[in-house]
Ligand binder design. Structure first.
Ligand SMILES: Nc1nc2c(c(=O)[nH]1)N[C@H]1C(S)=C(S)[C@@H](COP(=O)(O)O)O[C@H]1N2
Ligand SMILES: [Mo]
Length: 411
């Protein structure tokens, strides 16, 4: 058989869909141009929100080197900032899946084309396409796995998704620079389509090109409306049919909002959190103090209305937290006025989220609390009783539950 035998996918004649052509591909490509750029930006922002610049504890991407050039001090305003950026990142990523798949389908004949390279330029182009397609599939797959399966991929999600994003986006930019002019022309022009994507012996159409685009758009819309509720929270959470389920049921009442990891999962024993056993150990410039929950409750208590916003894209509406300001705890151990960074450790013994570092600007914010109550009640065991961190605009992962120790300064 010759490579142009129409029984082989390397032959243009093998691909019969009359939908394929520059116009279909270009419309999808232009949607992805906007969508993936936004995904990349919100993804970089998400990484910055972990404050990896601060301390190796939050930095899940060792040796990020020059890729970390853009990191900045994550602000605490507006308090819903991470809800917005991460809700956008995850919802948009999921919504774009049908567009991505349709785009790949529309160019699939070119992926099989032989010979693999006609010239050096052609070889380079195909290598960049390999990075583009492979990188794209990799980023979407790792992202969805992290959201849906609480991560099962070999290796840590952060370095994989972070490095993958740079590889993918570099190939994406190169591709866009080459193709955008053609894509814009293809969308604008009327008349007969031509070019490599057009089948030389098309089948009779079963759906118009416009109908196919509506189908892709409809699939995206369906994913959008069955996902976005998890980021909006409240009553709309129930519309998030595609959001991960099967987690702990938070029940109703003041503590009835999503639970990420339960106390049982984290290995928190009720004996360790009782009034007898539990002490908060606070260390700073002037030494160490140990505080019982009763002593903490005698300190000035403050309230903040703040959400939990997880990297997985879900978030809660604002909850009403009450507790001791982090900056007051800093002052207790000799850091008056200008509090430093703090290293937070949980009672939890295993798992990456048992400790986190907060930046000085987060400690200084008067809304940042070591929360003891939520919505007028004691924290439930699953929400971090006897005490948890809550910080405005920060990713959920920095809101450490079952706090046992705070170390100010000297990270
Ligand atoms: N000790 C400890 N704190 C933790 C976690 C954890 O696994 N262990 N999970 C974090 C993550 S990823 C999120 S999103 C929030 C969720 O808080 P919630 O379960 O009260 O909603 O808690 C954070 N605090
Ligand atoms: Mo999270």
């Amino acid at each position: 058989m010759r490579i142009d035998d129409p029984r082989l996918p390397s032959s243009p004649g093998f691909w019969r869909s009359p939908l394929r052509g520059p116009r279909f591909t270009s419309v999808l490509g232009l949607v992805l141009l906007v969508g993936i750029t936004l995904l990349f930006v919100t993804g970089l922002v998400s990484y910055a929100a972990y404050n990896p610049d601060l301390s190796p504890v939050n930095d899940q991407t060792p040796d990020k080197g020059i890729l970390g050039f853009y990191l900045f001090a994550w602000p605490t305003d507006p308090h819903w900032l991470y809800r917005l950026t991460q809700g956008l990142h995850v919802t948009l990523g999921i919504t774009l899946i049908p567009v991505l798949l349709a785009k790949l389908w529309s160019v699939v004949p070119r992926l099989f084309a032989l010979p693999p390279a006609r010239s050096l330029a052609h070889a380079l182009e195909r290598i960049s396409l390999l990075l583009l397609v492979g990188g794209g599939l990799f980023e979407f797959t790792t992202g969805v796995l992290n959201v849906q399966l609480d991560y099962v991929f070999p290796g840590s999600f952060y370095p994989l998704h972070f490095y993958g994003a740079w590889v993918f986006f570099s190939a994406f930019v190169a591709h866009a620079v080459l193709k955008v002019p053609t894509a814009v022309r293809a969308v604008r022009e009327r008349g007969r389509e031509q070019g490599e994507l057009v089948s030389p012996r098309p089948d009779a159409p079963t759906v118009s090109r416009r109908g196919a685009l509506w189908f892709v758009g409809g699939a995206s819309l369906l994913l959008l409306v069955t996902t976005v509720g998890q980021s909006i929270g409240g009553a709309l959470r129930r519309t998030a049919l595609l959001a991960p389920h099967g987690g702990a049921d938070p029940g109703s009442g003041p503590n009835g909002f999503q639970i990420n990891k339960t106390a049982a999962y984290a290995g928190i024993d009720a004996a360790e959190t009782g009034a007898e056993a539990w002490r908060l150990v606070v260390t700073g410039r002037t030494g160490t103090v140990r505080l019982s929950r009763a002593q903490l409750l005698r300190m000035p208590l403050h309230s903040s209305a703040l959400p939990i916003a997880c990297v997985e894209g879900w978030s809660t509406a604002d909850q009403w937290w009450r507790g001791v300001r982090l900056r007051d705890l800093a002052a207790l151990v000799g850091h008056d006025g200008d509090p430093p960074d703090v290293f937070v450790e949980s009672l939890q013994r295993h798992g990456a989220f048992r400790r986190a570092a907060l930046r000085a600007n987060q400690v200084a914010d008067p809304r940042s609390l070591l929360a003891l109550y939520v919505n007028g009640e004691d924290l439930s065991p699953d929400h971090g009783y006897p005490a948890r961190i809550i910080v405005p605009a920060a990713p959920g992962v920095l809101n450490t539950k079952w706090v046992a120790r705070l170390t100010f300064g000297d990270l």
